[in-house]
Unconditional design. Structure first.
Length: 302
């Protein structure tokens, strides 16, 4: 007999296959909310403080009112309780969704919040570099608006749904999103980095990309390894001159790109950085994948 799966709704356990939300839910009606995807390694939610800080900033931008009980400590405790309840002692992913309380039409009558916590399994406990590189191109039909909400993970994700559908139709793994200026800012689910002559480049937050938690971890790790990092505008043409391209998110870590249009790439820097991040999370070289030593190439060789 399978063990039942649970979720947390406003601090209480609920069977995952039970009705939870009503039809007047503002996330359902208006996409009025935010979400965070939190990776769990060795049973521990990774980068939790960074996720909670971004969530707080997003709720403030959406003019949500947060109760005194909705704290980082309480939420982290709920995450660990749910992991234990669902039997996740190693790796998985948590999705935290926050939405405004029901009432009103476009204009809310209650700015208080409710939330859900849901667990999902993953294949590996640690971050794992994809065996086959991703194939990418640009999505040009709809561009992402540049405004104060651009850097947050809001529930208004229709642009990413449409781009994902086109990627599937074209037989690609993903498509790159453009801002209103025509610059590449991210993929449908990840931030983007390129490597050129040993230097790392990524779109700046001013360009409208997501303020990704893994994006910042990669930037910090690269700087710690004495690799230069520039946050700047990236045109679609500039990607063709890169030596390497990879994308990042907290669910999968770093994923390398093998093809952008007609250009082919490899994954030396992405492999190096991902293993460094794994080493930090696992706190032991002995817990790293078997190919760990193969990626210990000095940065001057990139």
């Amino acid at each position: 007999m399978n063990t039942p799966e649970y979720l947390i709704y406003n601090g209480k356990f609920v069977l995952a296959d039970s009705p939870v939300l009503q039809v007047d839910n503002r996330a359902f009606l208006y996409g009025d909310g935010l979400f965070e995807t939190i990776r769990v390694v060795n049973g521990n939610p990774c980068f939790f403080e960074e996720h909670f800080q971004r969530l707080q900033e997003g709720m403030k931008a959406l003019k949500m009112q947060v109760s005194e009980s909705f704290t980082a400590d309480r939420l982290l405790e709920n995450c660990k309780l749910l992991l234990s309840k669902n039997g996740y002692e190693s790796g998985c992913r948590l999705r935290l969704t926050v939405f405004r309380n029901p009432g009103g039409f476009y204009c809310p009558v209650d700015n208080g919040i409710s939330y859900t916590l849901v667990t999902r399994p993953v294949e590996f406990d640690h971050y794992h570099l994809n065996d086959s590189g991703l194939s990418l191109d640009v999505y040009s039909e709809i561009k992402k608006p540049l405004n104060r909400l651009s850097n947050f993970k809001t529930l208004n994700t229709q642009l990413f749904v449409m781009a994902s559908l086109e990627a599937k139709e074209k037989g690609l793994d993903d498509l790159l999103i453009l801002n209103e200026k025509g610059n590449v800012i991210e993929s449908t689910n990840s931030n983007i980095f390129l490597v050129s002559n040993g230097v790392l480049y990524t779109p700046s937050l001013d360009e409208g990309c997501l303020a990704g938690v893994m994006r910042m971890q990669v930037i910090n790790m690269a700087l710690a390894c004495k690799l230069k990092v520039y946050e700047c505008a990236l045109t679609p043409q500039r990607l063709l001159g890169a030596d390497e391209i990879f994308v990042t998110n907290t669910a999968k870590g770093i994923q390398w790109v093998s093809r952008y249009r007609a250009k082919r790439f490899y994954h030396k820097v992405s492999d190096f950085l991902l293993n460094r991040i794994n080493s930090t999370l696992l706190n032991s070289d002995s817990d790293l994948p078997e190919n760990w030593q193969e990626s210990q190439t000095p940065f001057q060789d990139f």
